[in-house]
Write a protein that binds this ligand. Structure first.
Ligand code: ADP
Ligand code: MG
Length: 264
């Protein structure tokens, strides 16, 4: 029998191997709307550079989870840390931390009375206090990256849905977020525009962006996701690799859900 205290070895190992804090750490998150309990004991860790796809039936809490993550909704209970720091309740610190979490919604939420370029420059000049010339150069580079540099001086209404959604991605990236949230970014698009948006997201994933993506686009999940999370009735019911989840879902609820969304 060794004389050394049994706890020494694990403790040293833990110290030596201590990983970076997860980029997103959600612990025991609960959320109510009135007495409607919409998020139930949600635990979720997302590592830096990881891409997590969230699926689940309508009303299962996917959007509410995203909205809690960038503080558009206040959690009822539990904690959310972004890059090792708790999401603050309000104030200037919140504005800064919220900028760490970029979000792209289902509906194109660009400002209609501003050009695409102005939309992308707005956050950097107003929140990040970047000079106009610097913000402009960076915005143009971002528009180039999402493939709509030639639309810089157009108004959102003059763009197709796919182009608007790519502009929304550029606008979110202009804040240099640490995490990007996408809430059904292609579900309002005409089918022929879905891929141009997914391609931008796939390239972001390949570049190492940490991403949480609510989508039922299985092709995207298989190409880009490290992990799929299945939510039902406010809970995370399953988590696994795309292959595990789509080929061999473990729960009856996930099988039932997949039977409804998979092509026949
Ligand atoms: N602002 C709100 N006020 C009251 N109930 C809400 C609100 N937002 C969402 N809900 C309810 O919370 C539940 C989860 O909604 P949501 O997060 O939008 O689900 P999902 O995105 O998975 O479809 C649903 O029952 C929905 O009706
Ligand atoms: Mg939703």
């Amino acid at each position: 029998m060794s004389a050394s205290p049994p706890l020494d070895l694990p403790r040293q190992t833990a110290r030596a191997d201590r990983p970076e804090p997860p980029m997103v750490a959600v612990r025991q998150l609960n959320k109510w709307f009135g007495d409607h309990h919409v998020l139930k004991d949600v635990d979720l860790e997302v590592a830096a550079g990881e891409v997590v796809v969230v699926v689940g039936p309508s009303g299962s809490g996917k959007s509410t989870l995203c909205r809690c993550l960038n503080r558009l909704e206040v959690a009822g209970q539990g904690s959310i840390d972004i890059d090792g720091r708790p999401l603050p309740a309000e104030g200037r610190e919140l504005a800064r931390l919220r900028a760490d979490v970029g979000m792209v919604f289902q509906s194109f939420n660009l400002f209609g009375h501003r050009t695409v370029l102005e939309n992308v420059m707005l956050g950097p000049t107003k929140v990040r206090r970047m000079s106009k010339s610097e913000a402009r150069a960076e915005a143009l580079a971002l528009l180039d990256r999402v493939g709509i540099r030639d639309k810089a001086d157009n108004y959102p209404a003059e763009l197709s849905g796919g182009q608007q959604q790519r502009a929304a991605i550029a606008r979110a990236l202009a804040m240099h977020p640490k995490v990007m949230l996408f809430d059904e970014p292609t579900s309002a698009l005409d089918p022929e525009m879905v891929n141009e948006v997914l391609d931008v997201m796939v390239s972001l994933a390949a570049e190492g962006m940490t991403m949480i993506v609510v989508t039922h686009e299985m092709g995207f999940a298989r190409r880009a996701a490290d992990r799929v999370i299945f939510m039902d009735d406010g809970r995370i019911v399953e988590t696994g690799t795309p292959d595990e989840f789509f080929s061999a879902p473990r729960t009856e609820r996930a099988r039932d859900f997949l039977s409804k969304i998979l092509p026949h």
